[in-house]
Design a protein around this ligand. Structure first.
Ligand code: ADP
Ligand code: MG
Length: 617
């Protein structure tokens, strides 16, 4: 039996398919969602879930929440504002400080997974050790790897890392849609946002495009309420008060999805002073609007990437607890120009959801915070053979490639390629006698290597050869979990290295979606930079060749001075560092001037060959 796990930023859930039915497994109290919170008491074993959640206000320094934001991340990857948590982060890669010790985000996640595992074993009365675990579509390789390690640490064989939106579509049973149906999955959870466009064809899912932000969600709305409340409470909050205010803020937010007004009470905020105030839905919506508006650009970009207009979608599926908020539903249905939608869940049913209207249907058929775990369980059942006739395809969110001569990005697997996939390219040595090649793996959309994310690098030694004579084949393989394996091989000796890209993305605080936005923003200057670098490489090659030739044949050439003048021109053009037309002009002149030289060199080379073969005396 393979269980499905939604390892969420704020809540996690575990589901299983039994007798063809997918269902969530509840704990002894009947709770289906598990807070993704782990408390580490000073003595004794860590505790996860509800009891840990209750410790957040009491012992904030030893109670870890939202750890998904840090999994597989290095310090520079996480923005300062996102590091504002009630516990202390330390080290690189990021870990959580607990007194003298520290604990990794993987280990914290493993505690959550262990708790879910125990729950499943209790309910199913059998040992469970195989799982499908979901991650946001935008998780990079390091984050996926870390999630997989967390699963292993909890005692699972992780059969598949599955993208959350794909899982949601599975849960909605969308394989039953008519041929060529397209859907958008809008997932706004506690700490992550994703918008994915999927296409369904003959029972096969394909992700056409995904866009999102791994650090945007309901938590940000809570934070805005907290700020608003703290302004009113007007005392200097310690960590414990902060945690209490946050808790109250979330309770109020959730209540305001069904109420129009709530009273927030905080007894004994300072000594025996209590605090009380009223928050209206209207005010909440004003506070939340900037957060929700941020998701709009991602929706637009995903549509653009997929080449699909909103009106061409059949459905927009809402996923993530935060999409229970009426404001989110209103905005999303406005943006996607959805056909009439019903506020209450259950009014839209699969099968009868195709109205004769223009826009897509807003699909709220599943509980938004349960759909992902259900889909993961369905994927588990597909893998174990319990469900047949369904295949899943995912895509790469960002391009993967290598750094090449001159510091350019050489794309091997373009963005939005369906995985699993394999692609390769041959490279050669840049200088005579080179014995090592640096394989520098990059992820991103920019033309210059430095503007992309560095996934890792390694050296491959090869047999010393003349410039351009060595052949190193590099192959990228992305497996079904979205994990990248890089193989580099010296074709002369067969010597090779295979490296699984484990290292965290080694960049500053750049969010993934920024990469795409910036690549669009810098498209022209990036292209100019690439053209210049390529032209400069060619020019330097021409200069080196001409200099070598001159040294050898200057005496025999009538136009040696003209070549020297042309060489100077090229060199001064190279010094401009951006004047492409001048450089091209100078190189053209040099080419012309070196024609007699080239002829001469060719003749000599021919003579040498013939002499070697004994055909000349
Ligand atoms: P994640 O996938 O990030 O763990 P979930 O999908 O469980 O998150 O969503 C959690 C977020 O949804 C939290 O910010 C929570 O406050 C919010 N949420 C849950 N229920 C509601 C509700 N009824 N109204 C508004 N927000 C809600
Ligand atoms: Mg989620």
């Amino acid at each position: 039996m393979i269980v499905g796990i939604d390892l969420g930023t704020t809540r996690s859930a575990i589901a299983v398919v039994e007798a063809g039915m997918a269902g969530l497994l509840a704990d002894a109290e009947g709770e289906r969602l598990l807070p993704s919170v782990v408390h580490y008491p000073k003595k004794g074993a860590p505790i996860a879930g509800w009891p840990a959640q209750r410790q957040r206000a009491l012992d904030p320094a030893r109670t870890i929440y939202s750890v998904k934001r840090f999994i597989g991340q290095r310090t520079g990857d996480v923005r300062e504002a996102e590091r504002q948590v009630d516990y202390t982060l330390t080290g690189n890669p990021l870990a959580v400080k607990l007194g003298e010790d520290s604990v990794s985000p993987e280990a914290v996640s493993a505690e959550i997974l262990k708790s879910l595992k125990a729950r499943a074993e209790l309910v199913l009365e059998t040992e469970i050790n195989r799982a499908v675990i979901t991650v946001p579509a935008y998780f990079n390789d390091a984050q996926r790897q870390a999630t997989k390690r967390a699963g292993a640490e909890a005692g699972f064989t992780v059969e598949r890392i599955l993208n959350e939106p794909t899982a949601a579509a599975l849960a909605c049973g969308l394989e039953k849609l008519p041929e060529q149906a397209r859907v958008a999955v809008y997932d706004l959870g506690g700490g992550t946002f994703d918008l994915s466009i999927l296409e369904l064809r003959e029972g096969v899912f394909q992700v056409l495009a995904t866009h999102g932000n791994t650090r945007l969600g309901g938590d940000d709305i809570d934070q805005r309420i907290v700020d608003w409340l703290l302004e009113r409470i007007d005392v200097n909050p310690d960590a414990s008060l902060r945690a209490r205010v946050r808790e109250a803020a979330e309770v109020a937010k959730v209540a305001l999805s069904t109420e129009t007004e709530v009273t927030i009470q905080l007894p004994f905020v300072l000594g025996d002073t209590s605090f009380e105030c009223v928050l209206s839905r209207e005010k909440l919506e004003a506070l939340a609007t900037p957060v929700i508006e941020q998701t709009r650009a991602h929706c637009r970009q995903a549509l653009a990437d997929a080449g699909v207009a909103a009106a061409e979608l059949n459905q927009v599926i809402l996923v993530g607890g935060q999409t229970r908020m009426p404001l989110v539903r209103r905005r999303v249905s406005e943006w996607f120009e959805c056909a009439e939608y019903a506020e209450t869940r259950g009014d839209i049913r699969l099968g009868d959801s195709f109205h004769e209207t223009d826009g897509p249907t807003l699909n709220t058929s599943q509980n938004p915070d349960e759909a992902v775990a259900l889909g993961a369980a369905i994927q588990g059942a597909i893998l174990s053979g319990d469900i047949r006739d369904m295949v899943l395809l995912d895509v790469t969110p960002l391009s993967l490639g290598l750094e090449t001569f001159g510091g350019l990005m050489n794309v091997i697997i373009p963005r939005n390629t369906t995985v699993p996939t394999k692609a390769g390219e041959m490279f050669t040595n840049a200088v005579d006698g080179q014995r090592q090649m640096l394989v520098h793996v990059l992820q991103g959309e920019r033309e210059k290597a430095v503007d992309n994310w560095s996934l890792g690098k390694f050296e491959l030694g090869f047999k010393s050869a003349k410039r351009g004579a060595a052949r190193v084949g590099v192959q990228f393989e992305i497996d079904a979990d979205g994990i990248l394996h890089v193989l580099a091989r010296d074709t002369a000796t067969g010597h090779e290295k295979v490296v699984e890209m484990k290292s965290a993305v080694d960049v500053d605080d750049m969010a993934v979606q920024q990469m795409v936005e910036e690549s669009v923003e810098h498209a022209f200057e990036d292209m100019d930079a690439r053209k210049w670098i390529e032209a400069a490489l060619k020019a330097r090659e021409a200069v080196n060749a001409a200099r070598g030739g001159l040294e050898e044949f200057a005496d025999e050439l009538q136009n040696a001075d003209a070549i020297r003048t042309a060489l100077d021109l090229v060199e001064s053009a190279l010094e401009t560092e951006n004047d492409l037309p001048t450089l091209k002009g100078a190189v053209a002149k040099l080419d012309e001037a070196t024609l007699p030289l080239a002829d001469l060199m060719m003749d000599r080379a021919m003579e040498a060959v013939l002499r070697q073969r004994g055909m000349l005396d």
